[in-house]
Design a protein around this ligand. Structure first.
Ligand code: AMP
Ligand code: ZN
Length: 112
């Protein structure tokens, strides 16, 4: 499958790894929008938030467990933001479900 993030998981494209286990992979965004900006993805390919179902949603809950742990480890105790862009109107550019985790400064109150 021609998917950038599947290739990152496979090690075919380099990334700055934050965390990895059997189910998820986290790495720093190549174009950071905040002092701390990493992405966390399921290793299994899910196209977007619109493709989450009863069959694959367990990994999404697990991703949020890992986010809480990584945020604490990376010094985001004062808060952070989690974003997933979905589809054309959501400005999703990579069609592999990913959650942006942003922090390290007081973020804008603007959401869109
Ligand atoms: P989105 O617009 O939500 O689909 O976000 C895709 C994100 O992936 C953007 O923030 C990009 O900067 C980031 N990105 C694209 N290619 C890479 C890469 N090779 N390594 C790390 N982050 C990347
Ligand atoms: Zn993929």
């Amino acid at each position: 499958m021609d998917c950038l993030f599947c290739k990152i998981v496979a090690g075919e494209i380099p990334s700055k790894k934050v965390y990895e286990d059997d189910w998820v992979y986290a790495f720093y965004d190549i174009n950071p929008q905040a002092p701390v900006h990493f992405l966390i993805i399921p290793k299994a390919h899910i196209e977007s938030a619109a493709e989450i179902t009863a069959e694959n949603s367990a990994v999404v809950a697990y991703i949020f467990e890992v986010i809480a742990k990584l945020a604490a480890e990376l010094g985001l105790g004062d808060g952070f933001r989690v974003i997933t862009n979905c589809g054309e109107d959501g400005a999703q550019t990579v069609k592999h479900l990913h959650f942006h985790v942003l922090g390290g400064k007081k973020l804008s109150e603007k959401m869109a």
